[in-house]
Design a protein around this ligand. Structure first.
Ligand code: HEC
Ligand code: HEC
Length: 213
């Protein structure tokens, strides 16, 4: 290794460790602490995901409020490790955010997920143009409802996320990438552009369960 790199590493490492010790959360053990999760959310996530974690459809930023806790934990771990690369524009930013020393630890990720899972869901999702809802419905009931539920609430048994009431353009972006979005767990389905739009539009209008504000 280049000796200059080595010297730099020995400076950076103690600083990083000191930062971690200073930021120890109250919930290092035991039950997750949603209030600490809210503090972390407001510090690191609010700029993109919004004040109430309702996301932004046109920018393909998902709503997080009311999402399943176990799913959130898994995704945050995936972003932090790079296992979920994220979209070209935001994946790297997400990964940098999750490197912050007060977040990059399992208890902090659990606190964040606990806060988000209990937050009231967005009352209005961005929707499509509503042109092929009947086709969207029949495809959804045939190929998706078994795991994601008829109302789009998802299922912990199937580890399937809540997708009902999620923003149209975000859902569409995930359907373009159906294989990776399913982590290789669901046999890749080849969906035409029309089918993707019909499904995303139908899904954005599903209630999805969860409490509304
Ligand atoms: C720079 C903007 C930005 C910041 C900051 C940001 N996110 Fe994201 N996040 C996005 C975008 C865009 C996506 C969707 C695209 C993707 O998957 O990369 C996303 C996706 C997610 C997902 C996946 C949701 C799903 O339904 O699969 C989770 C969970 C998430 N973000 C949580 C967080 C948390 C928690 C923080 C703060 C620690 C955070 N994000 C900070 C922009 C951001
Ligand atoms: C065998 C169960 C199963 C079936 C069938 C299934 N999914 Fe999924 N879906 C999952 C799981 C599990 C995940 C989360 C994968 C992960 O953890 O990364 C997921 C993720 C998604 C996501 C990403 C959600 C987000 O917030 O980013 C969308 C959108 C989605 N599925 C839509 C569909 C659609 C549309 C269909 C039908 C054409 C479908 N799924 C069929 C289990 C399933």
């Amino acid at each position: 290794m280049d000796p200059r790199t080595l010297a730099l590493a020995s400076i950076v490492l103690p600083v990083a460790l000191a930062g971690m010790a200073a930021a120890a959360p109250p919930s290092a053990s035991g039950a997750p602490d949603p209030q600490h999760g809210e503090v972390l959310y407001l510090r690191h996530c609010v700029a993109c995901h919004g004040a109430r974690a309702w996301g932004d459809g046109p920018r393909e930023i998902p709503a997080l409020a009311g999402q399943r806790e176990a799913y959130l934990i898994e995704q945050l771990r995936g972003f932090a490790s790079g296992e979920r690369p994220g979209s070209a524009m935001h994946g790297p930013a997400m990964r940098d955010t999750l490197r912050a020393t007060d977040i990059n630890r399992p208890p902090a990720i659990r606190d964040l997920a606990a806060y988000l899972a209990r937050a009231p869901v967005a009352p209005h999702a961005e929707q499509g143009q509503g042109r092929s809802l009947a086709a969207g419905k029949s495809a959804y009931l045939r190929a998706c409802a078994g795991c994601h539920g008829e109302d789009g609430a998802g299922s912990d048994v199937a580890s399937a996320p809540r997708i009902g009431g999620q923003h149209y353009r975000y859902v569409l972006s995930r359907l373009r990438d159906f294989g990776p979005a399913h982590g290789g767990r669901v046999e890749a389905v080849a969906l035409s552009a029309e089918e993707q739009q019909a499904l995303a539009d139908y899904i954005s209008r599903l209630p999805g369960g969860g409490s509304t504000p």
